[in-house]
Design a protein around this ligand. Structure first.
Ligand code: HEM
Length: 256
């Protein structure tokens, strides 16, 4: 019985370990700051108020240079917006449509089904506007970098003075969270960059945490569902494990 219990506990611990994303240390020259995230751990969830604030930071700060090409306006329902609010948000954007009867393309207000428009028409325009650097799409960035959320949070707060022996070329910026420490992205967040309707703090830490929450949602909108299924699966398998142990004992009882 003791052996069986040790084996079961080890198996369950391993399964739980699989359910939550691994955190690995960042590259040698980067400094990461650990944020407090409601979405980590097997029972992780998205804080909808933080997501809405994060979307506001994305819209008012990041969207001038970086797209979010996998997110359609209607997906914002996950953030707690109702249909009318989503229609109003969509209508603030313009998208290209057409051709019309004369074969002309035209601009129209976006609709909920439309993807949130990219600030640039193409990559060349994006590079030309950013000193030759390509600002990556932010839809999946939180999952595309090691330590995703902590890395994003640290990157936004990582603009510090360069060490005296570090040369910073024109158009580059020193960042202690970016691998190699020289990034072409100017510091986007200083504090008070936006005003929140709910009066939440607009410190650099508050704004960076909110936009990180939003980018984690955009990278994994089904995170909550995945975790709930994971917990249910672990629960079911644990019950099944115990039942099969007793069934085994029963089946082989005569041989002892
Ligand atoms: C809060 C808003 C913003 C967020 C969350 C954000 C996030 C990011 C992230 C995660 C990266 C990729 C870093 C990596 O490769 O590991 C990046 C790169 C970049 N961003 Fe931003 N960004 C924001 C605002 C801006 C703004 C306003 C600009 C333009 C003025 C900009 C221009 C760029 C450029 C040019 C790069 C490429 C950097 C390089 O390759 O060196 N970003 N951004």
């Amino acid at each position: 019985m003791r052996k069986f219990l040790i084996a079961s506990v080890t198996a369950i611990a391993a399964m739980i370990g699989l359910a939550s994303p691994a955190m690995s240390a960042g590259g040698g020259d980067v400094k990461l700051q650990a944020g407090e995230w409601s979405f980590t751990g097997p029972f992780g969830y998205f804080d909808k108020a933080a997501l809405q604030r994060g979307f506001q930071v994305y819209r008012d700060v990041c969207a001038g240079c970086q797209g979010i090409d996998y997110i359609a306006c209607r997906n914002l329902a996950d953030l707690g917006y109702n249909e009318a609010e989503i229609k109003a948000i969509a209508a603030e954007y313009e998208v290209m449509d057409g051709p019309d009867d004369e074969g002309e393309m035209f601009m129209r207000p976006a609709r909920p089904a439309d993807i949130i428009p990219n600030p640039y028409r193409n990559d060349n325009e994006a590079r030309a506007s950013n000193n030759g650097a390509m600002p990556p799409d932010l839809s999946l960035i939180a999952k595309a970098r090691a330590n995703g959320p902590d890395y994003l949070y640290s990157l936004l707060l990582g603009y510090v003075d360069a060490p005296t022996n570090q040369d910073v070329p024109d158009g580059m910026h020193y960042n202690n969270a970016y691998s190699g420490n020289l990034i072409a992205m100017p510091q986007p967040i200083y504090g008070d960059d936006v005003e929140y309707a709910d009066g939440s703090p607009t410190t650099p830490e508050g704004l960076s945490a909110d936009v990180t929450n939003f980018l984690m949602w955009s990278a994994e909108p089904k995170l909550e569902v995945r975790k709930r299924i994971g917990v249910a699966a672990v629960f079911f398998l644990s019950i099944f494990l115990v039942m099969s142990y007793f069934a085994k004992r029963r089946v082989w009882a005569d041989l002892h």
